[in-house]
Design a protein around this ligand. Structure first.
Ligand SMILES: NC(=O)c1ccc[n+]([C@@H]2O[C@H](COP(=O)([O-])OP(=O)(O)OC[C@H]3O[C@@H](n4cnc5c(N)ncnc54)[C@H](O)[C@@H]3O)[C@@H](O)[C@H]2O)c1
Ligand SMILES: [Zn+2]
Ligand SMILES: [Zn+2]
Length: 362
């Protein structure tokens, strides 16, 4: 059977997205069909629309989602119809060189559905990050479905599927933030503010939020920042040093991903401290640093892909912390919108008016 549902596609480079009918096949071996309940609007969806990821148009956008499993392929045992799940883009293979060495969060061969979803004329769609969840139903690999407590709001839980997990994990997993650490986060959008929340969860004693926009800094305070620095009016490195007895922070997280913010992160950290790059740079960006400073300041310079998360390990725990009131995922949901509101939500995202707009399905 084929399911005819509505989905949001990017048909060609730079053109506004369209809501249209798409065809979703029944799940085959290793696959699951998910009825989507909520899906956040991420910067990466906009990158796809602009042709910044690859040229495999048309794309079925959306990838920060939660929903209910409707049916599964014949051999699937990890999830069953009726399960409430958060979708992930790290269904680990278990057999690549990273998995075999016990580092599955780097898995180099993650699973996606093998059957294509299509337009009505049969044109295959490229689902964003192998998910494609700005759609009433989507087809994914069963391993992309992570069961979590169904008491959670789909809009909040779905955000763990991408940006919020990336930020939380940048602090908790990649940065290894611990009790008593000082942490600075540069760029406080959805990802950076999640890093602030992650630093609070980990017991950081000082959390310094940096942004150019005072609205973002206000939200950062709500999520756990103990100090804020406006990078447009203050010298970021000096300000962070002044807040840390002249030393710099133990961990500095760059959630912007530009040469100037990386340089700030590099110099605003204490000797032997850690820099985590979670913001994604563009191909033309270059960084120049004195090599003697790279050596002399020691420590670790790390990148964080998807917060080094393991969905099966991390999503259920984070949802439990959310339900206990210890992680405010609702604070990231700035607004809920209908499926045909994605294009307008891109504009609000670009104007910095939201942490996340979330599509809710009736
Ligand atoms: N590593 C990953 O796995 C992963 C996953 C999801 C998103 N990301 C990336 O994380 C980055 C942030 O995503 P987001 O959704 O939070 O974006 P966003 O646009 O919501 O937030 C970016 C924030 O950075 C601030 N900013 C911009 N320039 C700045 C500067 N020079 N100094 C200080 N602040 C500055 C902006 O005011 C804004 O608040 C993006 O590059 C995104 O692609 C990475
Ligand atoms: Zn693997
Ligand atoms: Zn995303």
């Amino acid at each position: 059977m084929t399911h005819r549902v509505r989905g949001v596609i990017a048909r060609s480079k730079g053109a506004p997205v369209e809501t249209t009918t798409i065809l979703v096949p029944d799940p085959g071996p290793g696959e699951a069909l998910v009825k989507v309940q909520a899906c956040g609007v991420c910067h990466t969806d906009l990158h796809y629309r602009e042709g910044g990821i690859n040229d495999e148009f048309p794309f079925l956008l959306g990838h920060e989602a939660a929903g209910v499993v409707e049916s599964v392929g014949p051999d699937v045992t990890s999830v069953a119809p009726g399960d409430f799940v958060v979708l992930n883009w790290r269904a680990v293979c278990g057999t690549c060189r990273a998995c075999r060495r016990g580092r599955p969060w780097y898995c180099f061969a993650t699973h996606n559905a093998t059957q294509p979803m299509t337009l009505e004329d049969g044109t295959p769609l490229s689902p964003a990050l192998g998910i494609g969840s700005f759609a009433e139903k989507t087809l994914v690999a069963a391993g992309q479905c992570t069961k979590v407590d169904p008491a959670a709001s789909p809009a909040a839980a779905g955000l763990l599927g991408c940006g919020v997990m990336a930020g939380l994990g940048a602090a908790l997993n990649t940065g290894g933030v611990g009790r008593g650490d000082s942490v600075a986060v540069i760029g406080c959008g959805g990802v950076g503010n999640a890093a602030v929340a992650g630093a609070r969860l980990a017991g950081a004693s000082k959390i310094i939020a940096v942004d150019l926009d005072d609205r973002k800094l206000e939200w950062a305070r709500g999520l756990g920042a103990t100090h804020t620095v406006n990078g447009g009016t203050e010298d970021v490195v000096k300000a962070i040093q002044a807040l840390t007895d002249g030393n710099g922070a133990d961990v500095v997280i760059d959630a912007v991903g530009r040469p100037e913010t990386y340089r700030q992160a590099f110099y605003a950290r204490d000797l032997a401290g850690t820099v985590v790059l979670v913001g994604v740079p563009t191909p033309e960006m270059k960084l120049e640093l004195p090599l003697l400073d790279v050596f002399g300041r020691g420590g670790a310079l790390k990148s964080s892909w998807y917060g080094d998360c393991l969905p099966e390990r991390d999503f259920p725990v984070l949802v439990d912390l959310y339900l206990q009131g210890r992680l405010d995922l609702d604070a990231f949901v700035s607004e809920t919108i209908p499926l045909d509101g994605v294009e307008a939500a891109f504009a609000r995202m670009e104007r910095g008016e939201v942490l996340r707009s979330v599509v809710e399905f009736p």
